[in-house]
Design a protein around this ligand. Sequence first.
Ligand SMILES: Nc1nc2c(ncn2[C@@H]2O[C@H](COP(=O)(O)OP(=O)(O)OP(=O)(O)O)[C@@H](O)[C@H]2O)c(=O)[nH]1
Ligand SMILES: [Mg+2]
Length: 361
Amino acid sequence: MRMMTFKAATSTAAFAKVKAELGEDAVILSNKTITEKGVKSCEIVAAVDSSPVSLGGGKPQRQTKEDYVESALQHGTSWQREWSQIKGQIMQLMKPQMDLDLLSPKQKLAVEYLEREEVNETVLTHIFCSLREDKTRSIVHALETMITTQKFDAVQSPTKFQAFAGPGGSGKTSTLVRLALKEKKQNPRARICLVTADGGRGKGRLVLKHYAELSGLAFREIITRDDFHLLQKEAHQFDTILIDLPGLPNRTNLAEWTALYGLAGCDDLAIHLVLNPFYSPRQFERFMEKYKSEQLASVIWTKLDEACTFGALLNMAFASGLPVSTLSYGSGLKNSIAPATKEMIWRLLFMRKLPNGDIQP
Ligand SMILES: Nc1nc2c(ncn2[C@@H]2O[C@H](COP(=O)(O)OP(=O)(O)OP(=O)(O)O)[C@@H](O)[C@H]2O)c(=O)[nH]1
Ligand SMILES: [Mg+2]
């Protein structure tokens, strides 16, 4: 057993060091906040079984380029990739049966349109099957059950903690600030607390602190799990607590992160996934895996004004089953966000019309 102590400004940074040094199999033995010269930081003690990996024992052999390729082919196919290969093969088998001439001309046109809008094959197959049952069925009817919307209403929500997760730069901090300011405007007496868990990254923290001070909102910081426990203790003072999560390091997934900071066991927490429509299909697959969590409550789509197609909204809704709560379509904090409705999503999909009425080229 090899045991090591790691110190960093935040748990995220300390955890990244654990993974880099001890690898994926490291076990966390303790995780606490320490204060040195008045500055709070995180200390993690982690251990890993140090028995030799090589079956042959002795000195590990130097790997050649061929070894790397061989090893990638042998071990790189995680169950995800295998599943996506199987899915691809099923789709290939389905394709000859997906004869669009079996649909009415109007239905065929709609399916072809959605294909151009980058709706993926899984979703198209589902739509095709639904339309084939009834030649008079409209495309909107077929799509109706595939996507749901749910307004983000933090103050009215029975869930006190609302966290925002998503890839780096997707618009988490801006969305949180926009929603907080909107809530405050609608309900000036609402007791709103803004929380940054983005300690290591100066910008998001400063933005939140600035808007909290400007709008008379409370501001807190989570550096380690102790801070989240403290926040839970004072939660009764607030109507809603909005938490800005950091973009997670490459190898860390949301479940690991929430476990590390003590958020995972909190049943008073909803996490909203902030995404942009223009990521590649492979990236979406990766995000599905990285951000998988039972605490996920909705998807927030941002940067709609920078997208050319909107098929991703449908693909994600179908794959995750999550409702869409909010749409954002501008870089400013004002007039750039709207609660999602199905009509807005149909207009995005079929007319490329943003919630403010602008048409995307
Ligand atoms: N065009 C456009 N820009 C947006 C939108 N939402 C956010 N942005 C911009 O995207 C950039 C990143 O936004 P942030 O809110 O800082 O993103 P983040 O996810 O918090 O980023 P990290 O904390 O670094 O992971 C900023 O310049 C925002 O102004 C949007 O809907 N449209
Ligand atoms: Mg941020």
